[in-house]
Every structure is written in structure tokens, then in C-alpha cells.
Write a protein that binds this ligand. Structure first.
Ligand code: AMP
Ligand code: ZN
Length: 139
């Protein structure tokens, strides 16, 4: 999707209204319209990157600091016990809006919200082999 038609670009630019929590030079943080929990926020990176893979170091640093700052405020405001920071890349990973964003999901002890869990284990030698495969693709 091009930037002209991107819904998150429009929210970042204020063309579409949002429940904004925080804004700085790197990001705008808003409440998710279909929350997984009350207070579920999404941090929209101001630059239009389709996913994580093209992010630049300044933006990466800026948005992680912003996520920590907003997360601290969420803990106080919502009295939550924890926060999941999630970020989906590609449809296989559940990404539906192709403009880089991070989910901040407040969690309470025993809230029962399921984000999946372990789905198996490695056979003997398998973890070392996969780690080597990934290492060999690093630039
Ligand atoms: P993802 O599945 O990681 O791409 O997440 C996209 C998120 O954007 C979903 O959780 C949607 O509920 C949320 N979303 C889509 N449109 C809007 C909107 N106009 N305002 C707030 N959140 C939105
Ligand atoms: Zn965009």
C-alpha cells in the first residue's frame, strides 16, 4: 500500500482522528480501535516503513524509548501488572496494516489473555543447526 492511501499515515498526520496518548518526532501513540485489553495502544512510527526491516537506527532508538515512556505511564494509569510489546511483520505473523507499528498491551495477573505459548521443542542438535543457518545470513 502506498503512503497516500495508508490509514496509519493519515492518523499520524491527523487526517483521521485518533485517541492519542503521546506524540514526539518519531511516533504517535494511540489507542487501538479493536483492543485486546482495555488500554491496548499502538505506537505508530511517523515515517512510513512497511515493516521493521527498513528501520533506521535513530528511529529505532526513538521509538523504543517512547514505548518505555508510554508503558510506564500505562502501568500507573491502568494499574496493570505487565505489558506486552508486540510487533507483527508480514501476514503470516498477523500483520494487517503495512505501516510499522508496535502494540502495547496491558496485562493483569490472571487476565487469561492468550498470546500463544511454546509449541514444541528441539531435537538433539537442531537448535545449533538453526542458529547457524540464521547466523550465516547475517550481513
Ligand atoms: P497488526 O495486526 O499488527 O497489523 O495491527 C493493526 C492494528 O491496527 C489492529 O490491532 C487494529 O485494531 C488497529 N487499527 C486499525 N485501524 C485502526 C484505527 N483507525 N484506529 C486505531 N487502531 C486501528
Ligand atoms: Zn503509512
Amino acid at each position: 500500500m502506498g503512503q497516500e492511501t495508508c490509514i496509519f499515515c493519515k492518523i499520524v498526520n491527523g487526517e483521521i482522528p485518533s485517541a492519542t496518548i503521546y506524540e514526539d518526532e518519531f511516533c504517535r501513540v494511540i489507542l487501538d480501535i479493536a483492543p485486546m485489553a482495555k488500554g491496548h495502544a499502538i505506537l505508530l512510527v511517523k515515517k512510513h516503513y512497511p515493516d521493521l526491516f527498513a528501520i533506521d537506527p535513530d528511529t529505532a532508538s526513538g521509538v523504543l524509548c517512547a514505548a518505555a515512556k508510554v508503558g510506564e505511564a500505562m502501568k500507573k494509569a491502568l494499574s496493570c501488572d505487565g505489558i506486552n510489546l508486540l510487533q507483527n511483520n508480514g501476514p503470516a505473523a498477523g500483520q494487517t496494516v503495512f505501516h510499522l507499528h508496535f502494540h502495547l498491551i496491558p496485562r493483569w495477573n490472571g487476565d487469561g489473555l492468550s498470546l500463544g505459548g511454546p509449541q514444541g521443542s528441539y531435537a538433539e542438535g537442531e537448535a545449533a543447526k538453526i542458529a547457524e543457518q540464521i547466523r550465516s545470513c547475517m550481513e
